[in-house]
Write a new protein. Sequence first.
Length: 284
Amino acid sequence: MDIDSISTVEMLTMINNEDKKVALAVEKEIPIIAKAVDIIIEKIYMGGRLIYIGAGTSGRIGILDASECPPTYGTNPELVQALIAGGEKAIIKAIEGSEDDTELGITDLKKINFSQKDVLVGIAASGRTPYVLSSVKYARSIGAITLGISNNPDSELNEIADIPICPVTGPEAVTGSTRMKAGTSQKMVLNMISTGVMIKYGKVYQNLMVDLKASNDKLIERCKGIVVEATGISQKEAENVLKKTNYNCKLAIFMIISELGIEDAKKILDENKGYIRKALKAVK
């Protein structure tokens, strides 16, 4: 209550003390998040997609997570998508009234040909945003799996989602400013969901991003470093193999460890859905 009358250090300490509660709130939801990851990867292998939907801060957090999947894991931009009430303009500027539009979310889902193969993740701190609720109801009506991420255990989103994820982060340091603890918890949950899905999708070997796209000089060097770390060969040797694979990091690693030629390595990786560990077992 006195956050507006204390020193800057005391003010920031108060905020930081509240932020410390977020990870503990998310920890309680791990079994449910794990269930969500397993269902999502199952749907992806069946040709489905992961779609986030939200308004305001929640929508922007979804866009942040979805937009980082292609450069980090080499995924098709269609695989993980995010929708925000008010469209692209709402990413940088609030579009008044859009979050209350119950038809808009359904329209946005239809525009991307959302189907029962896909998984919809509704994100709303309050758990009562009309744009999100109507979207989740529509997704369920056509037989799609739905997740709800909120911070209010008594919310409608918690009730209607197939898999409700609800880190209870408590009141904000500035009352009602859900971009703070609530937003941080949403970011953490989406990080866990997308990272967990990508690991199970074969996009990670050990703890390395092996499907990284070498789209600039910095990422070319990172690719070399990943191959060196995964295989123990020299930087020069890594560069030579990467050139043969057109800087396909995963293929280079598998070729080096398995000692296979490029065509055989491609074939076995494909047969094992790009999962290096499974492909190596197949070789043995």
